[in-house]
Design a protein around this ligand. Structure first.
Ligand SMILES: Nc1ncnc2c1ncn2[C@@H]1O[C@H](COP(=O)(O)OP(=O)(O)OP(=O)(O)O)[C@@H](O)[C@H]1O
Length: 660
């Protein structure tokens, strides 16, 4: 069982830790818990694993082999990781330092500094960051990140701070209403105020930590959800929908965090203000009046929720429409009469403006009417006791305090709940991404495909009775397909447009799940082999419109499926393949060569150049079987022959999809 599988058995996920030696400290401080691979201290030692529990810029907490937790200087850990590079550079540095007359202590420091400088840009592959599997319930993730604990502490701190405010207010109010405030009470009041300061600072600090950690977890989860979404479902929803979902994720985070905190605090305030109101001169009447006002607030918030849902629908529709317009603008300019360019825009804008006004009206009632209305009602209920002069100053102070506290609770409840309503409405759009994160597919290799020792195993790809349809209720695009490729074979799959060639290629490559039949690679299906191992064995260059050039270096675009960060030999191999595919003049022309930034924001490659980058990317993966889908379609005959020759030479087995 590999490390990834062992880790998964514990409900965790191991993410390879890559970086550069120059960033080693940042990497160590930001990734715990992690498993680090270090070279043993003696020359004969193999790599050893260290569990890193925690690290800051000075110290690291690690789990020793005897399961005891030890704190060591971060430099010790860093040096252990640097040991790997010693062989290549250590001797040279030693030779250099031998000629300089310095103390052995300075020599050791100079050696470490020179080594660090030498390897700064080298790729670093130190181990794995460990985290809970994305399929873990979100509450569990929050608990494990310490969010629940902080939230509990924050609530308690807020309750204490609120109770202290009430106490301070009681001391002052009592003095003011009885006409004198002696020095002892003044000191007590000052002490209460002084105690409040650190508690408030602590509460704000915890609040910040909670929002950052919870927000990070939510973003991580949504990102995973986006990556786990079935590509066809993403495409059928459209870019606008997806962008809408992403925007809503942000809204969920902001509104839920803000609304959650404020509502939590409001509940604490509510729990304190009700008994304070009951202790006032009008007792039960004040409590009943406040509960009645709360019911009215609930009604207004309900109306607000309904209007918000309508408003957010109008906003998303407008975003979708706008994206569609932007994406298709060049086509419109080229082909549509300019009189029709803005046909639907005004209608979408008017619907949005109407929804915004409707929302604003309820919002005004909530923020303007609710707190002021309560003050009037609260004091009206107190008025008879005040006018009759029947209540003691303390009781009156408590009564007035109760009304003010209830107002503060009301303000917070309305702010908190309106934010939460927004979060719930936004959640409706973002929810699919959240759940997609749990659609978790084992990525690691679980089995190594058997070697081709007998004739049965020499069959590389074996497809039997394969059926596929895009929608459960749609027509089958592939029906009862049976197909075989032996190792070393080069196969051409051709057929009329729309016959299902690309669909077949993508099913074989594991990009689309098939509904029935078998697809076996050396006798194993994708589930038994594992998604990663499948991809390592079968590389595909999808059709041009299904492929993408990232706004990154050309090297990244070429080597992303092979090894990133790259080793020297990977870069050399990438350059070699590029030249074999006729991309040599392009490499020479680009100022950055392989490190030139390409894609939307970089050097704009031509159609034919792009398709050869896609081709090189698939060939560079070093897979047993390479599937090329219309990879030669946009090339002139001479370049086409050159590219085909390269593919024939490089791919151990080849499946080319093309038109007749
Ligand atoms: N996401 C999708 N949802 C529904 N139908 C689809 C989807 N993608 C492709 N199809 C349909 O499946 C059929 C096969 O498409 P496919 O792209 O595999 O054909 P092809 O043989 O590669 O065609 P071409 O040579 O034109 O590229 C077509 O009728 C196409 O319209």
């Amino acid at each position: 069982m590999g490390l990834e599988d062992t880790v998964r058995a514990f409900g965790l996920e191991a993410e390879p830790l890559y970086g550069r030696y120059g960033d080693i400290d940042t990497l160590l401080c930001g990734t715990a818990p992690a498993l680090l691979r270090v070279v043993g201290s003696s020359a004969s030692d193999e790599h050893q694993l260290i569990a890193l529990l925690d690290a800051n810029s000075k110290r690291a907490r690690i789990l020793a082999p005897d399961h005891s937790v030890r704190t060591i200087p971060l430099t010790m850990l860093r040096d252990a990781l640097y040991l790997e590079t010693e062989g290549a550079h250590g001797a040279r540095i030693e030779a250099l330092l031998a000629r300089i007359p310095i103390s052995s202590r300075d020599r050791a420091r100079a050696r470490a500094a020179l080594l660090r400088e030498q390897v700064r840009e080298l790729p670093l592959d130190v181990g794995w960051a460990l985290r809970l599997s994305p399929a873990t319930p979100f509450l569990h993730q929050l608990r494990s990140a310490g969010v629940i604990r902080t939230l509990r502490a924050m609530t308690a701190a807020h309750a204490v701070s609120f109770a202290l405010s009430v106490l301070g207010w009681w001391i002052l109010g009592r003095g003011a209403l009885s006409g004198h405030l002696d020095r002892g009470w003044l000191y007590a009041w000052a002490l209460v105020l002084a105690t409040l300061v650190p508690i408030r600072v602590l509460t704000a600090w915890w609040q910040g930590i909670t929002s950052i950690s919870a927000g990070l977890l939510l973003k991580q989860r949504m990102l995973l959800g986006a990556l786990n979404s079935v590509p066809d479902s993403i495409r059928s929803e459209g870019t606008g929908q997806l962008l809408g979902q992403v925007i809503e994720v942000d809204a969920v985070e902001d509104l839920a965090m803000h609304g959650g905190f404020v509502s939590l605090i409001a509940l604490v305030e509510l729990a304190i203000s009700l008994p304070v109101l009951a202790l006032g001169p009008s007792g039960v009447s004040s409590v009943l009046a406040f509960l009645g006002w709360l019911a009215f607030a609930a009604f207004l918030i309900y109306r607000f929720a309904r209007r918000w849902i309508g408003w957010s629908r109008a906003r998303i529709t407008m975003t979708e429409d706008m994206i569609e317009r932007m994406a298709g603008h060049r086509t419109r300019v080229a082909q549509e009469d300019s009189a029709h360019w803005h046909d639907d825009e005004d209608r979408a804008l008017a619907a949005y403006a109407e929804a915004t006004h409707a929302l604003d009206r309820v919002n005004t009632a909530i923020t303007g009417l609710l707190p002021r209305g309560w003050m009037l009602l609260g004091f009206a209920v107190l008025a008879p006791a005040f006018i009759a002069g029947a209540a003691s100053p303390e009781k009156l102070a408590v009564g007035i305090g109760g009304v003010l506290l209830a107002r503060s609770a009301l303000l917070r409840i309305t702010t908190g709940l309106t934010s939460l309503v927004g979060a719930v409405a936004a959640w409706k759009h973002a929810e699919p991404l959240f759940h997609a994160a749990t659609r978790f597919e084992p990525a690691a290799s679980t089995r190594t495909p058997p070697k081709d020792t007998d004739s049965e195993a020499a069959t590389l790809l074996d497809v039997r009775h394969l059926d596929f349809r895009y929608r459960a209720d749609g027509a089958a695009v592939l029906r009862d397909v049976t197909f075989r490729i032996q190792r070393g074979e080069r196969v051409l799959v051709e057929g009329p447009s729309g016959a299902g060639k690309s669909t077949f290629g993508s099913v074989v490559a594991g990009l689309r799940p098939h509904e029935s039949g078998l697809v076996l690679f050396r006798g194993l299906d994708r589930k038994s082999l594992g998604a990663d191992a499948w991809r390592h064995n079968i590389a595909v260059a999808p059709q041009f419109h299904e492929n993408h050039l990232f706004s990154e270096t050309l090297a990244f675009n070429l080597l992303m499926g092979r090894q990133w960060p790259p080793r020297e030999e990977d870069l050399r191999e990438a350059a070699r393949i590029c030249r074999e595919l006729g991309l040599g003049p392009l490499l020479d022309r680009m100022p950055g060569g392989l490190m030139q930034r390409v894609g939307e924001t970089g050097w704009q490659l031509s159609h034919g150049e792009r398709s050869r980058v896609y081709l090189a990317r698939a060939l560079l993966q070093g897979a047993e079987l390479v599937i090329l889908d219309e990879s030669f379609a946009s090339l002139d005959p001479e370049t086409q022959a050159q590219a085909l020759e390269c593919a024939r030479k490089r791919a151990p087995s080849l499946m080319v999809i093309a038109h007749p």
